[in-house]
Design a protein around this ligand. Sequence first.
Ligand code: SAJ
Length: 423
Amino acid sequence: MSFETISVIGLGYIGLPTAAMFASCKKKVIGVDVNQHTVDTINKGQTHIVEPELDMLVHAAVTEGFLRVTTTPEPADAFLIAVPTPFLPIDNEGDIPQPDLKYIESAANSLASVLKKGDLIILESTSPVGTTEKMAEWLATVRPDLTFPQTHGNESDIRIAHCPERVLPGHVVRELIENDRVIGGLTEKCSNQAVELYKTFVQGDCVITNARTAEMAKLTENSCRDVQIAFANELSIICDRLDIDVWELISLANRHPRINILQPGPGVGGHCIAVDPWFIVAKTPEQAQLIHTARIVNDAKPLWVVGKVKLAIADFLQANPHKTTKDITIACYGLTFKPDIDDLRESPALQIAKNISQMHSGTTLGIEPNIEKLPNHVNKIKLVNLRLAIQQADIHVMLVDHKEFKGKPFNAQFIIDSKGIWT
Ligand code: SAJ
């Protein structure tokens, strides 16, 4: 089977780079996204995402005619679905968030009308165990004229596989090429075809398993990291209580040949590690005790940082009795969910800065070199440059270790350093 035309549905942080990679290998790629602005931007050869090398790849793909983007699916030989899998709204504080599969369902329904015998469909979106099978059922219901792997095995008209993305934001293009891929076909034939498709640009190994294991592999990777970060975050709180420098402690412990503790921070953000472990907890709440606790530990860290800011305000007022809270300017350094990217999704730093700006009657400054404009819901944070913040702020809160902030740029009495780069 040769895949002449490939369609990528959902042109976000994963879909767009993946579409551009296929196009760079001179495949005809049809990108699909429901957002008209995204479609218009890409068709002009531009990108709506900051990611190294991506703008160049997309520009070349569009100008050379290999990538075209639309709002509705068109016929293709292979379809990759890379849409978000968020949570359903939570009714009560403390409830376990439940996954919302509506974007996968609507992507599947929209491509169903253009499906033809021999097509391959790959679900790349991070998904709770059982989603690929569910998607196959949805498709079979809409297209009773075609046969599917769940009923016709290797002889099915349509092939379906789960192949989770595993690339790290900031290194997406390199990791798309170099990382190994887990390929979970609903049948052996589905897996083999998916491997053939990815081998277009993947230099890593394409390892075959079944769809449920592939789904669980992705959730396991991110849960493992979440649990490890929770350990580091808990250590930072213990060390604060015991007056021990947690970063020195971790670097000492990591000299042990079998210890590799991660770094504490203001919390865990992004749309992956802060989300995916819940998919395991939601499915097996009785069994997933440690994974659940790690989520709670990491989610509590931003409020702990806010607590430290409150203490710093009290200390500042004690040291400056002629001043009131209104006179105090607090600077929050970094607002994205991790260093050197422009992504504010599920950012603990933004949550902390927002929280400070709402509780604090004085000025709250935000310093974010990767963002030009802040979203409306954080309109009490004043976005300024580093120089101005250093001049104006009384309390300095280090939240994201962007390269611009490295090598302590100033001396100040009141510093809360959640990343350990100024202490
Ligand atoms: N963080 C810490 N301490 C650390 C490492 C990270 O507090 O030592 C924080 C970061 O600041 C950030 C969050 O964790 O807020 C997540 O950052 P990350 O760099 O660990 O991961 P993501 O979310 O950018 O990407 C992860 C990756 N998964 C793993 O490394 C297991 C990536 O490979 C996945 O493709 C991605 O999730 C995804 O899309 O699922």
